[in-house]
Design a binder for this molecule. Structure first.
Ligand code: NAP
Length: 432
């Protein structure tokens, strides 16, 4: 029998567990350890609450979670409650599937002023992440800036634009639902440091902006290269660019506007004790396709700035780390010495949820080859439980989580807005 610990219960973690079961059959016991008291990581705290069809992928992970020999060990922070070295002594292999929940910093003057918020925090706030429940983003202002031209920037711009009715069927948390309902924001500027051909937005998500009840996208036709150049784009990108071109022709007079500011590089953020405006430099593309400043600047008055410029994996003591790429140092998922990584912790924050699946399968095959299916004299689960018990760590099991989920669903059926973190806190404090 072999024993594997997977750190992180998001998509990469559950795909790895699924793959290990296929590779090692009944010869493997898997503990999925998560710092949060609830499973599914990015699915619960990252995917937008109005994208329920994407969130539905959790059903696949639930099958794995409920299968024999897989255990969820929630509310345990590796690096604080238990070290990597201790886990190495307990398990035959360890897979780091910790995702990339930290914001890449926006390194410009004024980037730390109140009102400047990273997307991990902002998205966590509207998704009920307990770390960001008290964020209180300034929504009493009339203009917001969203920095970045990826799908997260689209999520943030869309969530800031929707009417309360448009959140029907979503699982947005109550505090965000009411704050957004009272929001005074009317102009949302989405800043891209390059042009329409260089966006990192996918067509389905971009297309949604054309169908908002109260908000309309505004795109300047002068920002585009000649239309004939679209033929050179990869088909998905061409579709996205076609959406943008169609937005230039929209003539909808709606109360909110989503302005696409292309060739716009943030230079500094200014304000008296809080963000009041952002200074932006116009750019052009250099011969490598990177953004190069032109020296021409302009200002956008705004009280909320959400940076959506990518994420990074938090380092863990004892695990080699690549600072410049914000991920664990690894060679095709192998860190060394029984330690592996998958998903964003391995590759950096790119790709869709499904992109994490092959990572899990590749690493499971490597583990099967490295440790095989028989033998093993490690202390495994009982060893971990003893260690955590001695340290007073309050483990949350999958059964605990199912009770929270049932309570959340019951509240939602009664029409109460979801307050996920409150239910988690209630459960933990009732035990103390
Ligand atoms: P992303 O796709 O990598 O986009 C990051 C954006 O930030 C890029 O436009 C980048 O511009 C810009 N940027 C980076 N540094 C910057 C700086 N210093 N100043 C100004 N702009 C800067 O990252 P993401 O939006 O965080 O998404 C992460 C991953 O999750 C992606 O694979 C995404 O597709 C996925 N995701 C998918 C969905 C969905 O399918 N519905 C939803 C959310 C996220 P450059 O290109 O010039 O570097």
């Amino acid at each position: 029998m072999r024993h594997v610990a997977i750190i992180g219960s998001g998509p990469a973690g559950y795909y790895s567990a699924e793959a290990l079961q296929k590779a090692l059959g009944g010869e493997v016991r898997i503990d999925i350890i998560d710092r949060m008291p609830v499973p599914y990581g990015l699915i619960r705290f990252g995917v937008a609450p109005d994208h329920q069809s994407i969130k539905a992928v959790y059903k696949r992970y639930e099958k794995v979670a409920l299968s024999d020999h897989v255990r969820f060990v929630g509310n345990v922070l590796v690096g604080r409650d238990v070290s990597i070295d201790e886990l190495k002594g307990l398990y035959d292999a360890i897979i780091l599937a910790t995702g990339a929940p930290g914001d890449r910093p926006l390194d410009i003057p004024g980037g730390d002023l109140p009102g400047v918020i990273g997307s991990a925090a902002f998205v966590g706030w509207y998704n009920g992440h307990p770390d960001f429940a008290a964020l209180a983003p300034p929504l009493d202002v009339t203009a917001a800036v969203v920095i970045g031209n990826g799908n997260v920037a689209l999520d943030v711009a869309r969530i800031l634009s929707k009417t309360p009715a448009e959140f029907a069927g979503s699982d947005i948390v109550g505090h965000a639902f009411s704050a957004l309902g009272d929001s005074a924001i009317r102009d949302i500027h989405v800043l891209g440091r390059r042009g329409p051909h260089q966006i990192a937005m996918t067509p389905k998500e971009l297309g949604e902006l054309g169908h908002l009840e109260n908000a309309a996208p505004k795109v300047d036709p002068a920002d585009f290269p000649p239309e004939i150049d679209d033929a050179l784009l990869e088909p998905g990108q061409r579709k996205s660019v076609t959406h943008l071109r169609n937005f230039t022709m929209l003539d909808a007079a709606k109360p909110k506007r989503i302005h696409f500011d292309f060739f716009a590089m943030p230079v500094r953020i200014e304000g008296d004790g809080k963000a009041e405006r952002i200074v932006v430099e116009k750019t052009e593309l250099d011969d490598k396709g990177s953004a190069r400043g032109t020296g021409e600047t302009y200002e956008i008055p705004c009280g909320l700035i959400v940076t959506c410029i990518g994420y990074q994996t938090p380092p863990i003591e004892g695990v080699p780390y690549e600072n410049d790429r914000g991920r664990f140092a690894n060679s095709e998922g192998v860190i060394g010495d029984g330690l592996y990584c998958v998903g964003w912790a391995r590759r950096g924050p790119t790709g869709t949820i499904g992109t994490n699946r092959p990572d899990g399968y590749e690493v499971a095959d490597k583990i099967a080859a490295d440790i095989g299916g028989a033998g093993g004299r490690k202390k495994r689960r009982p060893g971990l439980d003893r260690l955590l018990d001695e340290r007073g760590v309050d483990i949350v099991t999958f059964r605990d989580w199912q009770r929270i989920e049932a309570a959340e669903a019951a509240r939602a059926r009664e029409g109460s807005p979801r307050e996920k973190f409150i239910l988690i806190e209630e459960m933990l404090s009732a035990r103390r």
